[in-house]
Design a protein around this ligand. Structure first.
Ligand code: ARG
Length: 459
């Protein structure tokens, strides 16, 4: 039997393999709520515009409510023969209310319908993920207040560079996440135009009111070009791109957690809740959640790449290739949400070993820059010369196998006679971080202030 929704010119139904490759109901069932909301807005507009009788519109609208209730109750039978959510809903509507159901699709196509459903779905997903990321920012800022003065090594090239504070390090991620949220908000703003009424690609001859449907579905305005309306997937690509970058940020943090929790670093201990053991090595505490956040980032980036590849060769307007836009998106946004939740959990109950971090902060001559700055400040030495003198002192200390603060004053003076005992005040790591008071610097008072400001802004 040919398809009852579009089979007028067909003699037979599709081959089994055709049905399998063609059907999207296996994943676009997730659009049920959006699809029904869109149909209700459409049908009420059709009635107001005099295109449908009020009686038909009411029957359709009530029928759609019932379909929705059946789907929510889990009593709805999805059929692969009916390809997608749009035809599954409409077909059930027909079974419930009879021929009036056939009027719902007036002045509409599945092309603008799916574009609408997906925009609505992505819009909700953005709102959800945004509030989740905000929660992670709060968790980070809260810990940053707590550890505003906890000294740890700061690295460049993963070599000891200069001491920083743990709070400062955590606030770096609050900033990244703020940019991620900004990108999502920006994508949402551009997404918020309604494609409904573009119909298949050319618009419609019926006197529809696209402003009305756009407004009733919470859009800022209707899309302006009917071809673009059904051919565009920028809104998903932008969202996935923001999601991929956010996942990259989480992945960098996850990598740091993996490093910090090794016995060799020992900076941080994850709670039992976010750690797993080994089935053979009884001593192990593995940071699996952090590793998985790092690992899952590949999937999010993959979804972005896949959709860019899908779209790059498509002529206007709709092509069935575009049905491939959904699964990767669902997976990527679900994955990101899971990763944000896991990071929030880990941040909330990890325990930094502040003594160990502070001890490590002094290793590797991390206060050498403080010494050079002292030479500039006290002896009015040009920085380049101070850098050179400090380099000689580091070389001397490292030959003797001691820290800079352990070099006898006389030996320092053999390198630079004007050095006095006052230099010792800048060689400690606490003094070092306390001196970094420039705007955005790592001094505990800066960090405390910024963390509090973030908590205030995040509400
Ligand atoms: N299931 C389709 C999709 O996801 C809906 C649009 C179908 N349009 C069409 N002309 N066959 O893209």
């Amino acid at each position: 039997m040919s398809n009852k929704m579009w089979g007028g010119r067909f003699e037979t139904g599709p081959d089994a393999i055709m049905e399998e490759i063609n059907a999207s109901i296996g994943f676009d069932y997730r659009f049920a709520a959006q699809d029904i909301a869109g149909s209700k807005a459409h049908v009420s507009m059709l009635a107001k515009a005099g295109i449908l009788t009020n009686a038909d519109a009411e029957a359709i609208s009530t029928g759609l409510d019932q379909v929705k209730a059946e789907i929510e109750a889990g009593t709805f039978t999805f059929s692969r023969e009916l390809e997608d959510i749009h035809m599954n809903v409409e077909s059930r509507l027909a079974a419930l209310i009879g021929p009036a159901a056939g009027r719902l699709h007036t002045a509409r196509s599945r092309n603008d319908q799916v574009a609408l459903d997906f925009r609505l779905w992505v819009r909700d997903a953005i709102d959800e993920i945004d509030s989740q990321i905000k929660g992670l920012q709060k968790a980070l800022a809260t810990r940053a207040v707590e550890f505003a003065a906890a000294v740890m090594p700061g690295f460049t090239h993963l070599q000891s560079a200069q001491p920083v504070t743990f709070g400062h390090h955590l606030l770096a991620y609050v900033e990244m996440l703020a940019r991620d949220r900004g990108r999502l908000t920006d994508a949402r703003r551009r997404l918020n135009e309604c494609p409904l009424g573009a119909a298949a690609l050319a618009g419609t001859s019926f006197p529809i009111d696209r402003q009305a449907t756009a407004a009733s579905l919470g859009f800022d305005r209707p899309t302006a070009n009917s071809l673009d309306s059904v051919a565009d997937r920028d809104f998903v690509i932008e969202t996935l791109s923001a999601a991929a970058l956010c996942a990259v940020h989480l992945s960098r943090f996850a990598e740091e957690i993996v490093l910090w929790t090794t016995p060799q670093f020992g900076f941080v201990r994850l709670s039992d809740k976010f750690t797993t053991g080994s089935s053979i090595m009884p001593q192990k505490r593995n940071p699996d959640a952090a590793e998985l956040v790092r690992g899952k980032t590949g999937r999010v980036i993959g979804a972005l790449n896949a959709l860019l590849m899908t779209m790059k060769g498509l002529p206007l307007a709709y092509s069935k290739d575009m049905q491939e836009d959904k699964e990767g998106t669902f997976d990527a946004l679900h994955t990101l949400s899971l990763c944000v939740a896991a990071m929030t959990g880990m941040v909330g109950d990890m325990t930094p070993d502040t003594a160990r971090m502070q001890a490590a902060a002094g290793a590797g001559y991390a206060t050498a820059t403080d010494l050079a700055d002292w030479l500039v400040r006290t002896l009015k030495m040009p920085f380049r010369e101070a850098h050179h003198v400090t380099g000689s002192l580091v070389k001397l200390a490292s030959t003797k196998g001691v820290g800079l603060e352990d070099l006898p004053l006389a030996e320092m003076q053999a390198v630079e006679p004007r050095i006095t005992a006052d230099v010792l005040t800048v060689l400690g790591v606490v003094n070092s971080v306390e001196s970094r008071t420039s705007y955005g610097g790592t001094s505990p008072q800066n960090v405390r202030q910024q963390a509090q400001a973030w908590l205030g802004r995040l509400g």
